[in-house]
Design a protein around this ligand. Sequence first.
Ligand SMILES: [Zn+2]
Length: 289
Amino acid sequence: MPESIVTCMSVYMRFPGGRKKAFTMSYDDGVETDIRLIEIMRKNGLKGTFNINSGLFAPEGTVYPPEKFARRMSRSAAYDTYVNSGMEIACHGLTHAYLDQLPPELATYEVLRDRENLEEMFDRQIRGMAYAYGRFNDNAVETLKKCGIAYSRTVISTNSFDIPGDWHRLPATCHHNSDKLTALAKKFLEKSPTGDPWLFYLWGHSYEFERDNNWALIEEFASYIGGQSDIWYCTNIELYDYIAAYRALKFSVNGKIVFNPTAMPVCFEMNMNKKIYTISPGETVRISD
Ligand SMILES: [Zn+2]
């Protein structure tokens, strides 16, 4: 069969600017070492999400013993750290409870009260979450959906760059202590997908850098992965909202008339002509062969 006949019609999501790769991070517990991590991220142009337990802020003026490495911030310190950081603030449960074993009323309170507290504290919508201890089950997922939580990160690593399918059972690419981190970063930088886009999703706790005495690991990783013009650096919710907007595009049956009903510009690539399109909010474009 001639090659021209076997070409299948494919449409591939592209990130803002037509980019094929996105990078995001997710760090938990609202601890003092987040301050240093955010400095490293900002210096290298990285973005990400910080998951906080609004019921577990340390009393103002808390002085920790020198050997304590996971030092939760006070409410005022957390406010100062995150409010204008450019990072997403997300839920991690009011009291860091095992969400999969709580009675439904308590599970709902654990999520909804945390969300309400953080929304009032930071004067913005809070729609993301990471499961405390990575623990979840089907009931926990249903609770999150009813509480308006758009996504929740697990502690599952895929060691891949796949785009998330189930946002309420969201896996990461890897933890920063993974022995595959360097190889994954090298592949992500040196190669590029031709079909579906790639996502590198890194997770952890910033106190681990202090505990493991390996701040150099994240400093070197951040300077290696940062500052690349072909990577979109985003928070978790920016990624979620962008992918939701892409999935909301309306295509005619022959794929040649595309309407963007959303409030953000959306990019995609058509394999029939190898062109990358950016469709403005409310715009309809016609695809030529
Ligand atoms: Zn935690």
